[in-house]
Design a protein around this ligand. Structure first.
Ligand code: SF4
Ligand code: SF4
Length: 380
């Protein structure tokens, strides 16, 4: 009987960002999927694509740890290839350099003599799929090889963020907000991400699942040690396995399900060959998922009937808010407006599309997931 080929996902235990330990563990993890030399050839230009969501220090678990980038870069350079590092951070208006500095990327890049590429200034390439046009960062399109370096985190819009969602960072600047506006629902937004993935899929993914984020990620949750590194050529399979590890059904993660349906990888764990650690031994049974995750389980007819009574929406903690207006400037619909009387920005919920950009980009964790009394009863 014909046995279709399986995607391979390597899982290695690693509980430290110590450079020497990490170097060894990353080399071993790549070895489990056949060795980096199978993919990287001398003279190639290799883009390392971390998650640099916002200007926060590495141990907040919002961004890929810089030592993951450094160790991967060394492995690539040892094979005679050239390395560049790039991403388009959220809220890039406040300056990409600030993000590089605060995430530890700048110090790491200076130490390792690696070029950091500013996607906001490097030009774009127009690419089309399903009659939809996308503008992707030119350095990402022109690189010979992309190594995707996502951070494993929960996500209030897409339940989790990993390899597939990390490719949204190939879209520079304000256009990210435009796509959020065009596709406000999780499923619609996941379609956009899957389009981007199909236009420029990474050749290889190494997931930073050492210090992850649980709760209301991708920026307002809490750091959680999972102590794993994962690698695969299949970004969908690696997300499916990561979801399983943190207690999420991969079929419920829209980016995984839609990418799998689009034939971009294998989104069901049974179809994946796991090498290294055993899946049953690394699963976390008390990982905290997002607080709004069960709302989608309410039947749509009931949800329409109870619309005024069952809601989940962003709100601002006045005491924590620093009035920086990052949320106001990031809101794609103008639903957030600054206050004239030194109060926190206020919402016009009539035009709020629940894209959660304000929650994702608030540097002070002042935006929280607010729920009506009835919603709390449903999604407890
Ligand atoms: S809610 Fe956050 S992003 Fe918005 S003004 Fe306050 S601190 Fe800044
Ligand atoms: S208020 Fe927040 S969730 Fe609502 S549309 Fe604006 S950024 Fe999105």
């Amino acid at each position: 009987m014909f046995d279709p080929p399986k995607s391979k996902v390597a899982i290695s235990s690693c509980s430290s960002y110590d450079p020497a330990i990490l170097q060894k563990k990353i080399a071993q993890t790549f070895e489990l999927i056949g060795g980096l030399d199978k993919f990287i050839k001398p003279g190639m230009k290799v883009l390392l694509k971390p998650n640099l969501l916002s200007a926060k220090e590495p141990m907040r678990a919002i961004t890929t740890h810089p030592e993951i980038v450094a160790a991967t870069a060394r492995e690539v350079r040892n094979l005679g290839a050239e390395v560049i590092v790039g991403d388009s951070p959220g809220g890039a208006k406040r300056g990409v350099r600030r993000v590089w500095e605060n995430t530890g990327m700048l110090a790491m890049a200076e130490r390792e003599k690696i070029e950091l590429v500013n996607f906001e200034a490097g030009g774009v390439v127009k690419m089309s799929i399903h009659d939809h046009h996308y503008f992707l960062a030119k350095p990402a399109v022109e690189a010979d090889f992309i190594i995707n370096l996502p951070k494993l985190k929960t996500h209030v819009l897409t339940l989790m963020t990993g390899a597939v969602k990390n490719m949204f960072g190939l879209i520079p600047g304000f256009r990210k907000g435009v796509y959020h506006k065009e596709a406000p629902k999780p499923e619609e937004f996941a379609h956009i991400i899957v389009d981007i993935l199909s236009l420029r899929p990474p050749h290889l993914t190494l997931m930073d699942a050492i210090l992850t984020m649980e709760g209301d990620g991708p920026s307002s949750g809490n750091p959680r040690w999972v102590n794993l590194l994962m690698a695969s050529t299949d970004p969908v399979a690696i997300d499916a396995i990561a979801a399983t590890i943190i207690g999420l059904n991969p079929e419920r993660v829209p980016t995984t399900r839609l990418a799998s349906e689009a034939g971009l990888g294998l989104g069901w764990p049974e179809a994946v060959e796991i090498v290294g650690e055993k899946l049953s031994e690394v699963r976390i049974h008390d990982f905290k998922l997002t607080s709004n995750r069960k709302l989608e389980l309410i039947p749509s007819t009931l949800s329409r009937l109870l619309g005024h009574y069952v809601w989940v929406r962003p709100a601002i903690e006045d005491d924590t808010c620093t009035r920086c207006n990052v949320c106001v400037n990031s809101c794609p619909t103008g639903a957030l407006q600054s206050s004239n009387d030194s109060k926190a920005p206020f919402f016009n919920y009539k035009v709020c599309i629940n894209c959660w950009c304000c929650h994702e980009l608030c540097p002070s964790r002042a935006v929280f997931v607010d729920q009506s009394w009835l919603a709390r009863k449903f999604i407890r």
